[in-house]
Every structure is written in C-alpha cells, then in structure tokens.
Ligand binder design. Structure first.
Ligand code: IMP
Length: 434
C-alpha cells in the first residue's frame, strides 16, 4: 500500500504542483481534498507553463484518474472553464475526472458576500482571493450548502438556491452591497453547472474500492500548514484543513490507509494576503527573492511577501502533519546571496519562543532570532545530483533538515520537471522505483 499526502509546510505556494506532477506517474489516482480554485498549482512541462486551480495536477499524466474529494469547494463554472483549457492543450479529461457528490458548490452569491465582507473589514481584511471560498465553507458548516450531488435534482437545487440567495441578499443589503437576482442566477448558472453532473460520483466509495484493489493514491493538498483554518495564523487563514488530517476527512479514505506525508517547503518563505509573517523582509533582499523567485500569485497575480526561512514554522509543520520526507523548492533562487539567515526562535518581551503562539497579534510582534550562513554564490540551476551542489548549499540544507527534524529527499533547482535532485537511497526514490 502506498498512499501519500503532499502538503505545504508554509503559507502555500511552496511548489506542490511541480512535485505532484513529478511523482504522479508512480501512483494510480491523484485526489484533491480541500480548498478550491483559490489554489494555483503551476506545472512546467518542456518549458510550457500550466496553472491548475481545481483539477488535480495528475491530469497532465495520461491514464491517471483524478478525484475532487468531498472536502473541496467547487465553482462549477470555473471547473468547466479549467477543463476546457486543459483539453485545449490536447490533454484528455473526459472519463478521467470524478467530483464527489458531497463536495460543496460555490455560487455567485458566495463571491458577492466575500467581497462585501472584506470591504467591511477594512484594515482587518484577510486579503482573500475573493473566489467565494470562505462563504461556501460557511454554508457547509451552517448546514445549508448545496452539493455537487444536488445537481442530479435540478428542481430541488433551484429551490435551495433561491432560499440561499434570499438570505445572502439580506446580508448584502445590510452591508450596502448590491443584491443578486435569484431568477437570473438560477437560469444561467444552474444550466451550465449541470454539465458537471456526469462527473459526480461517490468518490469515497470509489477511492476505498481502488485501495482494496491495490491501487495507490496521491493526495494533493492545497494552500499550506500556516493557512490551515485550525492550525494556521488564524484568522489570517483559508477556510479549510490543508494539513494532512484533511486528506482523510476530505476524501473519506481513513487515516490508517495513509502511508506517508511528503512536506513541501521553499528554501525561503513567502506569503500572500494579510497576516503575521515574522521573517518578512522589506529590503533589497526581499525584493531580490521576489524577482529571482518570480513570486507573484499563480491565481491572482498579487506580489508575494518574501522572507528568510523560518525553522519554527518548519518544525511545527513536521509535527502537525506527521511529515515523513521533505522536498525543498527553489534552492537556486538563493544562488546569488552573500549571506543567508534561518530563523530558529521568536523573541517576545525578552523571552525566546520555540513554538508558534496561537495569537496572531503576538506573532505580529515577535522578533526573529537568526542563525547566519555564508552564501554559495554559484549557480545551482538544473543540478540533478546532491553531490554536485556547492558545499555551502549542502551545509544550508543539512541545517534546515536538522532544525525542522526530518530528512530532505528532494531539492528543486529550477521550475522544470528535470531540474530536480532526488537523493539516492531516499524514501522518495523508493516510491519512484516501486
Ligand atoms: P481564501 O482562501 O481565498 O479565503 O484566502 C484566505 C487566505 O489564504 C489569503 O491570505 C489568501 O491569500 C491565502 N491563500 C488562499 N489560497 C492560497 C494559495 O493557493 N496559495 C497561497 N495563499 C493562498
């Protein structure tokens, strides 16, 4: 049995898309378990850039099945648009993609509500992707959500939608925002949404049957540990569990069928949107990381905030997710730096904290405690063997591994599939051989 969860160890955008794409050939099914089209998973194949938002990155591999699990929130129109774009690149989607009948659907009123909420919060806004993700999960928890399975009963669906739009309009009015016309939403959106009905299935039953038949599943997490609604920098988080536990609840595959957790982290740190970020750099180094790392959102194009590697976050992510092996991404972005820093603790009121405070306002105030390293100042671009890395780059990686408490099996030295080191004798190499 080989069922692996891939998770982000920081604030998302760690490069999960590249890793999932790289290892997908060694699995039978790739499943998303949370989030929605707020995610932007970039895959570069033969120099061509593909950004996937909802469809699992495994779709780029012929013959692999892809599943959108019950924990994902699906905007039907965005899903249809994405499928069209993928097919326009010559990739067959038909018959290879299943959507859980229990996955909740995002409707135009979710987006309208989110915009009004964010505007209302003013300076305290979360800085969301404005895709309707949060309000859709709110409806799910409030037990009034509309699920993909409801597409099979169009009349009932229209009734539920009208009731929800009426409620949403009350809130929109109260916030001074324009209201939606229930009839026109039902007419235009439901009609198109029905096109996904043939993909709707009980994916929990499907996945468990496939495991029984000896198939292997790769679970593709979205966002990252620090954006997890329970474990992240609440309230500056997304509305789902991107940590490894979410893979079980978000697909219906039990935790004891999950065999490994692959944690993805950048060799430095980035974050989009508001919220605390202790190692953020506001100087020329931050700008250099942004430019060399092309740190602009794959979904929204927003410039990402950049900073030094935070080992407090890394260690926390290893613990919360049960990470068994790590991939370090964008190593080459650091090539030109004369000096590098790693944060090992947070100083708060004269005391060194080695764990992340639960209170975002305290995390806003901490001072990072750094260890300093000499830079290697030579190109690592495209290197494929660990031994070829400059000695100082290896020393940096060894220290990262030691501080976060887990082995590093993969190092990415460029955006393409081939620009990757997979360490000999590693766990990851074993999966790729079996
Ligand atoms: P939401 O997920 O749109 O509700 O946004 C909540 C927070 O999560 C915001 O700070 C977003 O910028 C952030 N976020 C959501 N999805 C991603 C992602 O895929 N990568 C990085 N940040 C994300």
């Amino acid at each position: 049995m080989k069922n692996v969860v891939v998770i982000g160890m920081q604030w998302g955008d760690e490069g999960k898309g590249k890793v999932v794409d790289l290892i997908a050939p060694h699995f039978d099914i790739v499943a998303r378990y949370q989030g929605g089209h707020n995610a932007g998973h970039t895959v570069i194949i033969n120099g061509e850039r593909h950004v996937l938002h909802l469809v699992p990155s495994g779709i780029m591999h012929e013959g692999k099945m892809c599943v959108i699990g019950n924990g994902v929130v699906v905007d039907p129109l965005e899903l249809l648009k994405e499928i069209k774009e993928i097919e326009a690149r010559g990739v067959k989607v038909d018959g290879r993609l299943l959507v859980s009948s229990r996955a909740h659907l995002i409707w135009p009123y979710h987006r309208a509500l989110e915009k009004a909420n964010e505007e209302h919060r003013g300076e305290n806004k979360v800085g969301t992707t404005l895709r309707g993700i949060g309000p859709c999960y709110e409806d799910k928890s409030a037990r009034r959500g509309i699920r993909a399975g409801d597409l099979l009963y169009p009349e009932l669906l229209r009734d539920k939608l009208s009731a929800n739009i009426a409620d949403a309009n009350t809130l929109l009015k109260a916030k001074g925002a324009s209201v939606l016309d229930a009839v026109s939403v039902s007419e235009s959106v439901v009609e198109q949404a029905n096109q996904i009905a043939p993909m709707v299935a009980d994916t929990a039953v499907y996945l468990n049957a496939q495991i029984k038949a000896g198939k292997n599943i790769l679970f593709e997490g979205a966002q990252g540990t620090m954006l997890d609604v329970d474990h992240g920098t609440y309230p500056f988080v997304t509305s789902s569990n991107g940590t490894s536990g979410g893979a079980a609840t978000g697909t219906g595959v039990p935790p004891n069928h999950i065999t490994d957790v692959l944690g993805i982290m950048k060799a430095y740190t980035t974050r989009v949107g508001s919220g605390p970020f202790p190692t953020e750099l506001f100087d020329a180094t931050g700008e250099l990381l942004r430019e060399r790392g092309h740190e602009y959102g794959a979904s929204t194009g927003r410039p990402r905030r950049c900073g030094w590697f935070d080992a407090v976050v890394g260690r926390y992510a290893v613990a919360i997710n049960g990470v068994t092996t790590i991939a370090v991404m964008k190593m080459d972005v650091l090539d030109t730096l004369a000096e590098l820093k790693i944060c090992t603790a947070y100083r708060y009121k004269g005391v060194d904290l080695t764990e992340i405070p639960h209170d975002a306002s305290i995390l806003e105030m901490v001072e990072p405690v750094y260890e300093t390293f000499p830079g290697w100042q030579s190109s690592t671009v495209g290197i494929t063997s660990y031994e070829e890395l400059p000695e100082k780059a290896r020393a940096y990686l060894d220290r990262l591994s030691e501080l976060v408490g887990c082995q590093i099996d993969l190092i990415s030295t460029g955006p393409d599939r081939v620009e990757t080191i997979i360490r000999d004798g590693s766990r990851l190499k074993q999966w790729m051989q079996n």
